[in-house]
Design a protein around this ligand. Structure first.
Ligand code: ADP
Ligand code: ASP
Ligand code: MG
Length: 420
């Protein structure tokens, strides 16, 4: 007998009909003799709907009291879908029970809207499994030390599922979603994208961190830390396909580089429209400038991604970096009102209409000229590169947002990823 964790995303839970289908699939696994824990997301659109209601009443403001209520509110989406799934499973003739994060409990820190899981108490879930029940645990949420409900950031149900699988030492964690696996890039942008049979953990980590929302980055980090066997697969196959077939479908995240793995130099292309670029022009070119600019940004709790400092000229230099688009207005205000005057900078410029496009592949380690192929194919499309950053297994560029799809398609072709 194996202990299996299933996670179903919002689209997979999107209607009572789909929830019934999920219940039938889970029942199939339970009847085959597996101990089953299921982690559902809220029904599709529900989290956006709830957060939209809050914004109608009061525009978002970065304060703890407001964020606490957002979590209180958003967590209800998963509570509803979990109870509905339990009801559907009971209707299938199985014993099923659902728990909200605080009931398990899944303990987190108090960083509302982006809390991190500290620990999971597995006693209650284990007792139910031993009694032959299917256990449903809400995705996306936990509880802090003071008993406040927290949420784990958008897409956080992936992380709940992997964390629950790690805590229970599950044999496998299956992430059921609305595509049938991890593709070379988002198949909704590039129809020629191909499904990967497997992807290395390191590549998946880069893809997720660079914008591929098929898995939340923290779920991949968890899987790596606790070596949770992880697979991404479709919830839209007929629920009654043979379990052996289902268990081999989709994309496996692998922890060892096995010989059979597709040996592409570039395995995938990720993109991210959530960033904005800010430049501080004409700052005095002297030691401590980067520390002063970025120090002030960090003190305001704003995360910085890419950073560039230009070569100085006549004692002055330019300094650019990117932040999350949600933090754009706040960062601009901070720089214009406080940092630039203090430094004697000449101008602060911002551009929220940028995007980051990245190529990812462990094959890049052993191949030279990969980045130059990337730059060449972008220049052939007339796309100007504004910023570049590289690491061992990825190269990212910042470009004008309006060229995003063109760039992703061109790179997909240039690196031989298009399906034949
Ligand atoms: P769920 O609600 O099941 O969590 P998400 O919308 O969060 O689903 O994630 C699945 C989506 O991720 C797909 O519909 C697809 O558009 C997108 N996606 C982005 N990059 C990729 C990729 N490389 N492979 C597969 N899907 C991707
Ligand atoms: N419902 C949450 C969201 O929409 C969590 C998730 O779906 O993973 O972000
Ligand atoms: Mg998701």
């Amino acid at each position: 007998m194996s202990l299996i964790v299933h996670k179903y995303g919002g689209t997979s839970m999107g209607s009572t009909e789909r929830i019934r289908n999920v219940a039938k699939r889970v029942a199939k696994w339970a009847r085959a003799g597996h101990q089953m824990v299921v982690v559902p997301s809220a029904m599709s659109g529900e989290t956006n709907r709830l957060l939209g209601l809050a914004k109608e009443l009061a525009p978002e403001r970065p304060d703890t009291a407001y964020y606490r209520e957002l979590d209180m509110l958003a967590a209800t989406g998963e509570q509803a879908s979990s109870a509905l799934l339990a009801i559907a499973l009971q209707a299938e003739g199985l014993e099923a029970v659902s728990y909200a994060g605080w009931q398990v409990p899944i303990r987190t820190d108090s960083a509302y809207t982006k809390a991190r899981i500290d620990s999971i108490d597995d006693a209650r879930v284990r007792a139910d499994l031993a009694a032959g029940k299917v256990v449903i645990v809400t995705g996306f949420q936990g509880v802090d030390e003071a008993g406040n409900i927290t949420t784990l950031g958008r897409g956080g149900s992936d992380t709940s599922a992997v964390a629950v699988a790690a805590a229970l030492k599950a044999d496998e964690c299956l992430i059921y979603t609305d595509v049938d696996g991890v593709y070379t890039t988002d198949p909704r942008i590039v129809p020629e994208a191909r499904r990967l049979h497997s992807i290395s953990f390191e590549e998946m980590l880069e893809m997720a961190s660079l914008g591929s929302k098929v898995l939340q980055i923290r779920s991949v980090e968890f899987a790596g830390k606790y070596k949770v066997p992880l697979r991404v697969l479709s919830s839209f196959t007929p629920w009654d396909i043979p379990i052996e077939e289902e268990a081999r479908s989709g994309t496996l995240i692998t922890f060892e580089e096995d010989e059979d793995m597709e040996q592409a130099v570039v395995s995938g292309i990720a993109f991210n429209r959530d960033e904005a670029k800010i430049s501080v022009l004409g700052v005095p070119d002297k030691p401590g400038i980067a520390a002063q600019i970025l120090g002030a940004v960090a003190d305001a709790n704003i995360e910085v991604d890419m950073i560039i400092q230009n070569v100085g000229k006549e004692g002055r230099t330019d300094f650019s970096f990117t932040v999350h688009r949600n933090d754009y207005a706040r960062t601009m205000d901070l720089l214009k009102e406080k940092v630039a005057p203090a430094l004697g900078a000449q101008e602060v410029l911002g551009d929220a209409k940028i995007c980051k496009v990245s190529i990812v592949g462990i094959g890049m380690r052993s191949h030279v000229g990969v980045a130059s192929t990337m730059f060449r194919s972008l220049s052939e499309e007339g796309i100007n590169i504004q910023m570049i950053s590289t690491s061992e297994i990825k190269t990212s560029v910042v470009i004008d947002e309006k060229y995003m799809e063109l760039a992703v398609r061109a790179l997909h072709r240039a690196f031989g990823l298009d399906a034949e």
